[in-house]
Design a protein around this ligand. Structure first.
Ligand code: ADP
Ligand code: MG
Length: 494
């Protein structure tokens, strides 16, 4: 590729506007050229037909004037014919010849060619046969195109001679040339207007696109979501700008949530770490010497480390869920089985508080209580809710779990406790990350405020919902709705 090609290539393919411009130009030029060509051909045809008609009328008129003289065929009559021919030829600016029935020249308005036989010329030949004939050809002497019309002169049924009227086509050709220039001017002017309009349009279309591309570049380089695009239009481009801004808004929100999460997580991690530090300090300062104190301090150290561990586990889980990691293949999860297993897992804690746990499974017809999903994630969600139920229910209370098919495609899991209940003020927030209804008390019970956030995340991934009903000091009921596995459904990822 040489330099010019490369520049042209760049000019054309690096710019949408230039591609549009070239396309418009080609289409418009082609269309106008086609129309012009068609118009010129039509004008030419029309002019020639007009001219032919005029010549024909002249020939017929002359025929009426000289038909007697043609029949007489005497020197005198020939003179009369010649003068009639000359008169008309000068008046009309045409060339006229008259031949007799054998094709011999009788009179000629241009220089006389006596006794020349013109029968071999096509139009005269045809006219001698009795028809009006026309021909257009170039004259070798004048190098001009001529039109000839030959008319037979008839008397009592026989052709007595032929009158041929000829005229050079220079006038028509001059007019056509003029028309051609007018058309070319129109094509050129239209081209210029097209270029101007295209440039204007390109600027209109390109400006927001260039702005958008610059902003996208800026975001990708600096990660700074502070700027929005100006939306000045209501067309598709305006809509694109709006969507772009919505995307920026969403990214901004995500970024805000992420920052908040990090700052909350660091804060949550810092508190027990500092407590561990002080306990260790106290032990080093001499508390380790006293067996009673040592036992007490080591006990709190163990609780603090446990809390730290469970917080870190929750953080890992939630970030895994956020990043879309751990996308296990969908398994058939038997919820009755899973609920029983989960209950067994928390039973030791429940027994410690003497809480009664009852489970109830209601399958509908042939429908098993089977959900398509990830077993360990679903178990994690159940355990989180059950742990809360145990944690927030005072000794002697009870926990009831009902698993049932609501319809052929929906499963409901109700986990009801007779615990402290949740204040209406806190209720809308308990699924938020790090949200704890009663901070002092829950921290004491080892809560991180992430348990229900993880539940909501997992249930959502299984295309389900989780809700809570609660009355303070009466208890709470968590209701999970999940789609039941449909027989024959495709196996995919969550
Ligand atoms: N069964 C329940 N009874 C009363 N309050 C509950 C129950 N489950 C959750 N909560 C409240 O919701 C808050 C959020 O729960 P969760 O996300 O599991 O965090 P935590 O780590 O504190 O258990 C808890 O701090 C608690 O105040
Ligand atoms: Mg919890």
């Amino acid at each position: 590729m040489n330099l010019l090609d490369r520049i042209l290539y760049k000019w054309l393919f690096r710019s949408l506007a230039n591609q549009l411009l070239i396309t418009y130009l080609i289409v418009i030029t082609f269309a106008l050229a086609a129309v012009s060509f068609w118009a010129l051909v039509a004008i030419r045809k029309e002019s020639l037909t007009d001219l032919q008609n005029t010549l024909e009328v002249e020939a017929v008129n002359l025929g009426l004037e000289i038909d007697n003289d043609l029949e007489l065929d005497s020197p005198k009559s020939r003179l009369r014919i010649q003068s009639a021919v000359d008169r008309r030829a000068t008046r009309l600016g045409v060339a006229i010849v008259v031949v007799d029935s054998d094709g011999r020249l009788l009179a000629d308005s241009s220089e006389p060619r006596p006794q020349e036989n013109l029968a071999k010329e096509q139009e005269i030949n045809e006219a001698l046969a009795g028809v009006i004939s026309k021909s257009t050809r170039s004259d070798p002497e004048s190098l001009k195109n001529w039109m000839y019309v030959a008319c037979p002169v008839r008397s009592s049924g026989t052709t007595t001679g032929v009158i041929r009227v000829g005229v050079p086509l220079t006038d028509i050709e001059r007019r056509l040339k003029k028309d051609l220039f007018v058309f070319l001017e129109i094509i050129f002017a239209t081209g210029v207007v097209t270029v101007l309009i295209s440039l204007w349009l390109a600027k209109r279309v390109n400006r927001p696109l260039i702005e958008m591309s610059a902003l996208a570049k800026q975001i990708s380089i600096s990660g700074d979501f502070s700027a929005f695009l100006p939306v000045r239009r209501q067309d598709e481009i305006g809509e694109l700008c709006l969507s772009f801004n919505q995307m920026i808004g969403r990214l901004r929100e995500q970024e805000r949530v992420r920052q908040e999460f990090i700052s909350n997580a660091s804060h949550e991690l810092k508190t027990p770490t500092m407590a561990i530090g002080s306990v260790v300090e106290a032990l080093q300062a001499g508390a380790a010497e006293d067996p009673k104190l040592r036992h007490q301090f080591l006990g709190s150290l163990e609780r603090l480390v446990d809390r730290q561990t469970s917080l870190i586990q929750d953080l890992l889980d939630i970030s895994k869920l956020d990043s879309g990691g751990e996308t296990g293949w969908q398994e058939d999860v038997n919820m009755a089985q899973l609920v029983s297993d989960s209950v067994e897992q928390i039973r030791p804690q429940a027994d410690k508080k003497e809480l009664a746990i009852s489970t109830q499974f209601e399958a509908s017809g042939a429908q098993d209580l089977v959900v398509a999903g990830n077993t360990s994630q679903l178990q994690r969600a159940l355990i989180n809710i059950l742990t809360n139920a145990v944690k927030y229910t005072p000794a002697g209370g009870s926990i009831t779990i009902v698993v049932r098919a609501l319809s052929s495609d929906r499963l409901e899991i109700r986990i009801q406790d007779t615990g402290s209940g949740i204040d209406a003020f806190d209720l809308p927030h308990i699924f938020d990350r790090f949200y704890r209804a009663d901070k002092a008390r829950t921290r004491e019970t080892g809560g991180t405020g992430l348990g229900l956030a993880i539940v909501r995340e997992i249930v959502a991934r299984h295309h389900g919902t989780v809700e809570v009903e609660s009355t303070v000091s009466r208890g709470s009921t968590f209701v999970i709705l999940l789609p039941l596995r449909q027989r024959g459904t495709e196996i995919g990822t969550i």
